[in-house]
Design a binder for this molecule. Structure first.
Ligand SMILES: Nc1ncnc2c1ncn2[C@@H]1O[C@H](COP(=O)(O)OP(=O)(O)O)[C@@H](O)[C@H]1O
Ligand SMILES: [Mg+2]
Length: 587
């Protein structure tokens, strides 16, 4: 967790409070219910005296007719109060959960690619599930029971003083002693709980990684290694949880012990006053009943501090994310651009992820409708170069221009609307094939989707599924081959009909046969678009108008296939390498 200043923390607490305050009238109604509960508790303690003194000692028949119906009425109202209180407070708590989850999701979605590369998916998921829940329990149990318990304590204290103020004064002196362990244990709980939640996040990200990568684990026989890693994590989580349990559960026995001392004192002193005739049995028991009833709300108040500490720790983790700003920001005078053929220019572009420059002084102009192939050994910076166009990252120096306009002066949404991307890993979502192709555009006409799938050479295999375009990707499990998934991705890019196209090793993971189909689909896709095609296999870029060779983040060579071969340089070397591996034979 990042270190945060007191001012920031104060601001965070204010924001949490403002979330709660939005539910003002529900809180107000809940407070009414709490008053009913508190009053019913106090009245029950109060009634002990007339029950004992009037009914049992004085044998007063009139009181016998009044008190039982009053007791029924009190418990009826108390039940209503409990229900209303629970319902209202949980309504508030759950609404806050929803608000927090929604805004976290929206915020996380807008964070740049670099954020997702740094953060672990499982840990992020844990923020949205576990941490948000902890805040809910802070709000709906802790925050609300404070008020209820305070009201109850006030009501009972009034009864105590009314019955025997001298005895009450003595009892009140003991209270501060009971509060000391509450505060101390609260601190400890907060510390341990932060550790627990971080361990939980670590566990989720481990699970996510090993479930997604299960195939590799099996293939490399890493099961027992991963098992050991997992057991280590659950063991350290166990230790942390037990520490939290110790801190949490020590506070109540200590309180109980202090309470026991108090009660012993009351019995001694109070009993003496009854025996000497200074007080009545009814008064004593009414007093005693109120003191015993005090125990529950006071104990809850001590637990309250623990859950507030846990909740604040969770809130800190959530605000750590909410306060993170995206470094990819729109210029305040950003304009949107039309959907039309565009030229793309790199002007003295430098880029780095960390210290080292990954792209060095790139100057490149791609005309509207031109197909540019980018080749180079793995790690030379090809993906990095094309990632600058949709502003997944921003340049360190220089500029990327579209039709002469710096892309930082174009709205992000209209910029990204101009670009379709097909990458090596075909990312599809667990929706129907139709929705995957339409990709967020529910208005897309069925004919357009069929047409796109035909141009992508995907129509035939989609058509053969029993549910056709309505087949849900997830239900297919592993049944879609790499080539089939890739062709759905191409159909998606076709339907987007964007003027700029980025193909990042779109065919690298395919076998020769599906590569040929995908290749044809890609040729359909490229028509009339400004295209950047990164190809691992030089055999697949025969249609490019121009080829650039990237080497160590610089443009080493540039030209047509024939011109580059004649230069006998980097390109020639790459070509020779593939040719001797029998990969370039279809060139
Ligand atoms: N997110 C990242 N953070 C740090 N370094 C990165 C990141 N992505 C890529 N790199 C580094 O930048 C260089 C270029 O990577 P990349 O553009 O993916 O190469 P190519 O696509 O040509 O194989 C490599 O040295 C790679 O290790
Ligand atoms: Mg790459």
């Amino acid at each position: 967790m990042r270190k945060v200043s007191i001012l920031v923390i104060r601001d965070r607490h204010k924001r949490l409070l403002s979330l709660i305050r939005e539910h003002g009238y529900r809180l107000f109604a809940a407070m009414g219910c709490m008053l009913v509960i508190a009053a019913s508790t106090a009245v029950s303690a109060y009634l002990v005296k007339p029950v004992l003194d009037d009914i049992f000692f004085s044998k007063n028949l009139a009181m016998l007719k009044i008190i039982p119906p009053v007791v029924i009425l009190i418990y009826f109202l108390r039940g209503l109060g409990h229900y209303g209180h629970e319902y209202l407070m949980n309504h508030v708590g759950q609404s806050i959960i929803k608000r927090l989850r929604d805004s976290l999701y929206v915020h996380i979605q807008d964070l740049p690619i670099s954020f997702f590369q740094k953060e672990k998916t499982g840990a992020l998921m844990s923020r949205l599930t576990n941490d948000v829940n902890i805040i809910k329990s802070m709000v709906s149990t802790a925050f609300t029971s404070t008020l209820r318990d305070c009201f109850t304590i006030i009501g009972l204290t009034v009864v105590i003083f009314y019955r025997d103020w001298k005895l009450a004064l003595y009892a009140v002196i003991v209270l501060p002693i009971a509060f000391f362990p509450i505060v101390e244990f609260g601190r400890r709980v907060r510390r341990v709980s932060t550790g627990c939640q971080e361990a939980m996040a670590d566990l989720s990200s481990f699970l996510h990684e090993t479930f997604v990568g299960n195939k590799i684990i099996k293939a490399f026989g890493m099961e027992s290694y991963e098992r050991k890693r997992f057991f280590n994590k659950t063991a350290s989580l166990f230790r942390l949880e037990m520490k939290a349990v110790i801190a949490r559960s020590l506070s109540s026995p200590i309180m109980e012990f202090v309470g026991g001392i108090g009660i012993a004192f009351i019995i001694g002193y109070g009993g003496y006053r009854v025996i000497t005739g200074a007080s009545t049995t009814g008064t004593f028991f009414s007093f005693m009943a109120a003191v015993l009833m005090l125990y529950d709300p006071v104990k809850k108040l001590s637990g309250l501090n623990n859950s507030i500490q846990e909740g604040l720790a969770a809130a800190d983790r959530i605000f750590d994310i909410i306060e993170r700003k995206s470094d990819i920001v729109e210029d305040k005078d950003a304009v949107s651009i039309e959907l039309s053929p565009h030229s793309v220019t790199f002007q003295n572009v430098f880029f780095r992820y960390d210290e080292e420059m990954v792209l060095n002084d790139i100057n490149l102009e791609v005309r509207a409708g031109e197909v540019l192939a980018i080749v180079g050994v793995s790690g030379s910076g090809k993906t990095t170069l094309v990632n600058l166009i949709p502003r997944f990252f921003d340049v360190a120096q220089g500029a990327v221009l579209i039709d002469g306009q710096d892309i930082r002066k174009i709205t992000l949404s209209s910029l990204r609307r101009q670009i379709a991307i097909v990458t090596q890993d075909s990312i599809l979502f667990n929706e129907s094939i139709r929705d995957n192709i339409a990709n967020g555009n529910p208005e897309a006409a069925d004919e357009a989707i069929v047409e796109a799938s035909k141009a992508a050479y995907a129509y035939d295999f989609i058509h053969n599924f029993p549910d056709g375009f309505n087949t849900v990707i997830g239900e297919l499990g592993g049944r879609l081959s790499g080539g089939e998934k890739q062709r759905i991705c191409i159909a998606r890019a076709l339907l987007k009909d964007a003027p700029i196209l980025i193909l990042d090793e779109a065919t690298s993971s395919l076998d020769t046969e599906s590569e040929m189909l995908v290749q044809k689909a890609i040729e359909n896709l490229m028509k009339g678009r400004t295209t950047f095609v990164i190809a691992h296999r030089l055999s697949t870029i025969g249609y490019a108008h121009r080829i650039i060779v990237i080497s160590n983040g610089r443009i080493a060579e540039e030209g047509t296939h024939d011109a580059l071969m004649a230069q006998n340089g980097e390109y020639f070397k790459l070509y020779q390498m593939q040719f001797s591996n029998n990969n370039g034979d279809r060139f």
